[in-house]
Design a protein around this ligand. Structure first.
Ligand SMILES: [Ca+2]
Ligand SMILES: [Ca+2]
Length: 282
């Protein structure tokens, strides 16, 4: 292969189906030399999907191959995983990109998910296939509560614009957790750290805890978390309570996996940060 490949990747958290269709339509148009001919042969390309299983855990890597008949010279491979990833892989010219391609992705929460695959050959023929995978909360942790034990200047002033002894001087707390996504991509594996939990604001410290038990916050046992904490002020302003950089604390669950306690405590004495996650092991 002398020509380099174009790889287009879109990583979004919203619904991507409309974009996916849009891109496919563009590809159809650009590949078609005769629109009437195109209509007649639409969807005539065979698509085979070879996937090991159809049930996965939250954050677990899903990897499968897509192909057409061995004599087909494919020009483009696309897939849409709806709510998290859409990608296409194309050759720069009419040269083939080969027949068999590997698609990697993963899901961040339980549910039934559809994955759509589109193949286009050098003549502009299109083939589509869709599969459903079930994401279940096995080998994961469900986060039910976040409890702050301490942070710098807890019970002291974070909002000095208020008079002394006014409780409004206390910090207005918000935390966020981000987690690593399963590797994604066509014929390659990319990892990303994505937004996951952004808490409500506890005004003037509140009761220092957030009840998350009604939410579906699952994370794979081997995954990692990035924690940040801020004092929120009116408007878009916030003060970093971790006094970064780094603006996030990274941790995982390795040290807890043997005993599986209901409460996981994380202490960072240098930053005066101390918090507890109440969890369920699944
Ligand atoms: Ca305040
Ligand atoms: Ca504040």
């Amino acid at each position: 292969m002398t020509n380099s490949m174009i790889v287009k990747k879109f990583l979004k958290l919203g619904t991507l189906l409309p974009n996916f269709i849009g891109i496919l339509i563009l590809l159809v148009i650009s590949c078609s030399k005769d629109s009437e001919f195109q209509e007649e042969v639409m969807d005539s390309l065979e698509v085979f999907i070879d996937i090991e299983k159809l049930t996965y855990g939250v954050d677990e890597q899903i990897s499968f191959t897509v192909s057409s008949n061995p004599n087909e010279n494919l020009k483009t491979v696309c897939y849409s995983a709806f709510e998290n990833i859409e990608a296409c892989y194309s050759g720069l010219t009419d040269e083939s990109i080969g027949t068999v391609h590997t698609i990697n992705l993963g899901y961040r929460s339980p549910g039934i998910r559809k994955i759509a695959v589109e193949l286009i050959n050098n003549e502009g023929l299109i083939g589509t296939k869709e599969i459903e995978v079930r994401i279940i909360p096995q080998n994961s942790i469900k986060i039910n509560k976040m409890k702050l034990v301490s942070f710098i200047d807890i019970n002291y002033s974070w909002d000095p614009e208020y008079p002394e002894n006014d409780e409004n001087r206390l910090a207005d707390l918000r935390f966020s957790l981000r987690k690593v996504g399963a590797g994604y991509g066509i014929n390659e594996t990319n990892y990303y750290i994505g937004d996951w939990i952004l808490s409500d604001i506890l005004e003037n410290q509140g009761n220092l805890e957030w009840d998350l038990s009604n939410e579906e916050y699952f994370i794979g046992l081997d995954n990692r978390i990035f924690f940040s904490l801020a004092d929120i002020d009116p408007g878009p302003l916030a003060q970093d309570i971790l006094f970064g950089p780094p603006y996030e604390l990274e941790f995982d669950f390795q040290e807890f996996q043997l005993e599986k306690p209901d409460q996981l405590r994380f202490q960072y004495p240098d930053l005066e940060i101390d918090f507890i996650l109440e969890v369920e092991w699944l």
